[in-house]
Design a protein around this ligand. Sequence first.
Ligand code: CP
Length: 353
Amino acid sequence: MSELPKYVGMYRGRDWITTIEWSREELDQILDAAMDLKKKFREKVEHPYLKGKTLFLIFYNRSLRTRNSFEAGMTQLGGHAHFLDPHDAIYTPALPGDEIAYTTERIADVARVLSRYGDGIAIRIYGKHAKWIYGRGNRIIREFARWADVPVINMECDMYHPCQAMADIMTIKEKLGKVEGKKFVMSWAYTPSVEKPLAVPQSAVLVATRFGMDVVLAHPRGFDLDPKVIEQCKKYADEFGGSFEIVHDMKAAFEGADVVYPKSWLSLNYIPPKASKPDFDGMKELFEKNRDWICDSEKLEVAKRDVIYMHCLPADRGYEVTDEVIDGPHSVVFDQAENRLHVQKAIMSMIMG
Ligand code: CP
């Protein structure tokens, strides 16, 4: 193989848990590496930068894009990804206090064993697998990171989905060119399910403010994001020359938008630690009051003529968005999905190379 690109092994050993822990310069390097890998993938230029390496994938929750882009990505990099079902194939990795004899295994032990066999551990955990306690999924991923001798990758927890956010900003840059000063609208949208985590909207607004965009967060009252995330976005807006505003009207938010990203997320008011126990009936009532929060052609009319419509997928068609919009000319959802592959290969090459 000809000489390795500089980015391979550039951040060897580092964990990828949130974008907050990575500088703006480092995020730019990830995007540059992703563009290089995308070009090589398209031109069928081999790039086995992780030859012989193994990534372990632990999915507590289901997945189409994340699982397949990590598995395909490792194959393309010359390595291999093992899929581990924590409910069946292995003893469920658990925190101290949650252990059940011969059913679970302490995370400290799982992380140290897998570190002896391979080169990275990637985890997805939120919702019922994190007992519906906001922040617990992230805590579990950090527990893996505490004990593992190899990099740990967050494949989505209850707080953050950093791989998605990097694919999102890569897609926005590809479509808009210069992103600074462009209007990015992250909006809540209705769905009959009340279980979607806050990971995508929180990571999206963190990255959009980090890249100097004029960010508008739109949601009905009661769907506030984590106050710590809001504070961080305000700081990023000041530091990187953009702006950050919260509104409670979807159509008004769309006015003049360059990017709209409408999707559902749950209300923190109905799960611990804010509530003493999960109250899905109460949450459902709040959802049902906001059925008109759907992204349709009429709402898109007030955005810029060449607005792009984004969704991380899976989208709840007919609820979050109409078929006309998601299958229409403004939609970039499959570019977003594709870019998951390229940014994740960039991150793996940098931290596992
Ligand atoms: N966007 C995303 O993470 O998709 P999956 O749930 O299919 O992995």
